[in-house]
Write a protein that binds this ligand. Structure first.
Ligand code: C2O
Ligand code: CU
Length: 482
């Protein structure tokens, strides 16, 4: 902090010395100015705890009714797929007693939640894997109200595909007044040819060489053709979560008054048109949907248009029943998002090159800066400081890159300024894309950064960002790997 403020003082002095020789148009562009702009964007700490909410979750092989009512063998949290939606109010502490009754070790990672590092659920980095028959208690107080999800971080490409995922909704305090608050979990399934089982061939060569495991059975909340019933006049909060191993979605809300209010759990600067938004694996999108009286009797199909080869009907919204008065509160999409307009004059701290090579246990390894995860070298970042990071996709495949424990803002795509007035925790890179992002990591610890195509992650596309307290980071080399 002392360093930051002395830098600031220095910055304030520089222009006044050079006033005679130059006319000053813009404030000085520096990392310190970027940090200054970040202030107030989101809080460093969770609000003081208002109480503890206890949850119990068991992961075990189960039989659940999926699709149109077919009994399927899955692995499930508490016997349901999707797993439970944990709902808490901002300020409440979550204490989750987890029991592993799977035939494999596992962990739970809370995707997008700014947890203390020890609660991040990453085997070998933040905790030992939880062995079959063992228990572990996760405890943390969420810092942000929004839509999050949780899933294992051990053999994710198999465990998530078998059905292990759930959502975490952190509600605003006071609550906002939507007439319905709805979670839609988007997922796809690859089944055996007769449709009776989840295809047990995980991490196939084809999946690894291409964009991971895409299934052709696409569900919302485990159902085919899920239907949401709404009354004329309702105002609904629709929380979309993509839990697929690899599939991305571009849902179409044509005909509806729907506005994006949050991306990856965090409120946007203003309500945004949903057209063009893509949910890559891991992404969330929250919508504010106003149903008018005139829409009485109508049926809206929500269709995924990500792939040019085939569209999928995800769900539909049926308007029916006795009209209600529309709740009239202001949109919650009013976050303070830094512009970081001058960010491009700061140097790139690290360029993460994404590509693949032959080798490893699957015959192909996905790499970050030419290293698979088995040989990762952590990248040090200084807590509270501005960093400009770059992803360079040197491959012809998709890579939704995800950072644990922090949010970032996309600055440019392929050299062009990105118009993203919001933070993210996962950004999709298309073939050969170069994406620059701005990040001010707040929480010290070892945080994973990986591709959220789980087959790519499994085949090596993971690394660690080591966030160190600012004074340490400037003096010490990266922590040795465990
Ligand atoms: Cu959903 Cu390591 O992430
Ligand atoms: Cu990838």
């Amino acid at each position: 902090m002392a360093l930051a403020s002395s830098l600031l003082i220095l910055l304030m002095l520089v222009p006044s010395c050079s006033r005679q020789t130059e006319t000053r148009e813009k404030p000085p562009t520096t990392e310190a100015a970027m940090q200054e702009e970040f202030k107030g964007a989101y809080q460093q700490e969770a609000p003081p705890s208002t109480g503890v909410r206890e949850f119990e979750i068991t992961a075990k092989p189960s039989v659940v009714s999926l699709f149109e009512g077919r009994d399927m063998e899955v692995w499930a949290f508490n016997g349901t797929v999707p797993g439970p939606t944990l709902r808490v109010k901002l300020g409440e502490t979550i204490r989750l007693q987890f029991k592993n009754e799977l035939p494999q070790p596992t962990t739970i990672h809370f995707h997008g939640v700014r947890v203390p590092n020890a609660m991040d659920g990453v085997p070998g980095v933040t905790q030992p894997p939880i062995q079959p028959g063992d228990e572990f208690t996760y405890e943390f107080t969420p810092k942000d109200a929004g839509t999050f999800w949780f899933h294992p971080h051990v053999r994710g490409s198999e465990q998530v595909e078998r059905g292990l995922f759930g959502t975490l909704v952190v509600e605003d305090v006071p609550s906002l007044g939507y007439s319905q608050d709805v979670v839609w979990v988007l997922d796809d399934w690859r089944l055996t040819p007769d449709g009776s089982k989840i295809d047990p061939r995980f991490n196939t060569g084809g999946d690894l060489m291409h964009d991971g495991r895409w299934g052709s059975t696409v569900t919302v909340n485990g159902r085919l053709n899920h239907e949401l019933l709404v009354k004329p006049g309702e105002r609904i909060r629709l929380r979309l979560v993509n839990t697929s191993n690899a599939r991305a979605y571009a849902p179409n809300f044509d005909g509806l008054d729907a506005k994006v209010i949050a991306v990856d759990g965090m409120y946007t600067e203003r309500p945004l048109d949903p057209a063009g938004f893509v949910l890559a694996p891991g992404n969330r999108l929250d919508l504010d949907v106003r149903v008018t009286k005139e829409q009485q009797g109508e049926l809206f199909a929500v269709v995924d248009q990500f792939s040019s080869r085939r569209t999928y009907q995800l769900a539909s919204i049926r308007v029916d029943g006795v009209p209600v008065v529309t709740p009239g509160f202001k949109s919650p999409a009013q976050a303070k998002i830094p512009d970081w307009k001058d960010a491009l004059s700061t140097p790139v701290h690290t360029d993460f090159m994404l590509n693949a090579r032959r080798g490893g246990k699957f015959g192909i390894e996905w790499l970050i800066n030419n290293r698979p995860y088995s040989d990762y070298k952590p990248t040090s970042l200084a807590a509270g400081k501005w960093h400009r990071l770059r992803f360079t996709n040197s491959s012809g495949r998709l890579h939704p890159m995800h950072i644990h424990g922090q949010f970032f803002k996309v600055l440019t795509r392929n050299g062009k300024p990105a118009d993203e007035p919001y933070f993210r925790d996962t950004v999709l890179l298309r073939p050969r894309d170069v994406v620059d992002l701005g990040i001010v990591p707040l929480d010290v610890g070892e945080w994973m950064m990986h591709c959220h195509i789980l087959e790519h992650a499994e085949a090596g596309m993971m690394t660690v960002l080591s966030v160190q307290s600012a004074d340490l980071a400037s003096e010490t080399p990266p922590a040795p790997k465990p």
